[in-house]
Design a protein around this ligand. Structure first.
Ligand code: JBZ
Length: 238
């Protein structure tokens, strides 16, 4: 059974990149089943309203619980007998990581709720957390301001889907990557890469890479990766 993904957004067109490249191929190969839904389809008034002013006052608008509840219940009714992982994108969420991507790769049905405005009425989180067949995660992709959860969803889906068996043609590259994952810092540090030509704009290629000495090449790459890690740690003041 293919991993199922449902994305709910007021801008379903934002998700059109999912038809491209690796994810597009994985969809055509039946490895993943992705559907995107317009939240406004669940609005009940003539203007298809999905937001309202916040209780207690303050700037901005809040997404109403009724259309969200209807949209989530609908995608769940189309995926019976599965457990559902509801991912709510919010700047208040837990920071997304490779470890989280690995965990989410094992989920049979993930629902992404892309908020806009000041976010979704918190009762959506609270209600689905109370449902036995649900796991709810609030996730952020980083400490910067986005206009909504759509771009965060694209990043997270790409990180998850590329880990699904069969999606990446050459699994050796996944294996090599996991070895380069710094377990402690969680940093993906890779050695610098070169390809032809051997000289470009006066810049050459390190001799060791042209030597054919595989042990020496492996050592050089490891040393370079460590240098990069240390430099990055200095920059990020760990
Ligand atoms: C995210 C209200 O919807 C938003 C707004 C900002 C935002 C998200 C959702 S998710 N920023 C992030 O991952 O950083």
């Amino acid at each position: 059974m293919a991993n199922k993904f449902d994305v709910i957004s007021i801008f379903p067109e934002y998700m059109s990149p999912l038809a491209l490249s690796l994810i597009g191929k994985a969809t055509k190969a039946g490895l993943v089943d992705i559907a995107v839904h317009d939240l406004r389809d669940q609005a009940t008034d003539v203007h298809h309203t999905v937001d309202d002013t916040p209780y207690g006052g303050g700037a901005g608008m809040v997404m109403m619980p009724e259309p969200w509840g209807a949209a989530i219940d609908q995608v769940v009714s189309n995926a019976p007998n599965r457990t559902h992982d509801l991912v709510i994108l919010t700047p208040a969420g837990e920071k997304f990581s490779q470890a989280m991507a690995e965990e989410l790769t094992t989920c049979e049905h993930i629902i992404f709720a892309c908020g806009r405005y000041e976010g979704i009425d918190i009762r959506i989180t609270d209600y689905y957390k109370s449902q036995p067949n649900f796991r709810v995660r609030e996730i952020s992709i980083g400490d910067y301001v986005l206009n909504g959860g759509e771009v965060a969803t694209l990043a997270i889906m790409e990180a998850i889907i590329r880990l699904i068996p069969g999606v990446i043609g050459n699994p050796a590259s996944l294996d090599e990557e996991s070895h380069s994952l710094e377990s402690e810092a969680g940093l993906l540090v890779e050695y610098p890469s070169y390809t032809k030509p051997a000289e470009w704009r006066g810049l050459g290629v390190p001799e060791v890479l042209l030597s054919g000495n595989h042990a020496a090449i492996a050592k050089w790459r490891r040393d370079e990766a460590i240098k990069r890690t240390e430099k990055l740690r200095d920059l990020t003041r760990e």
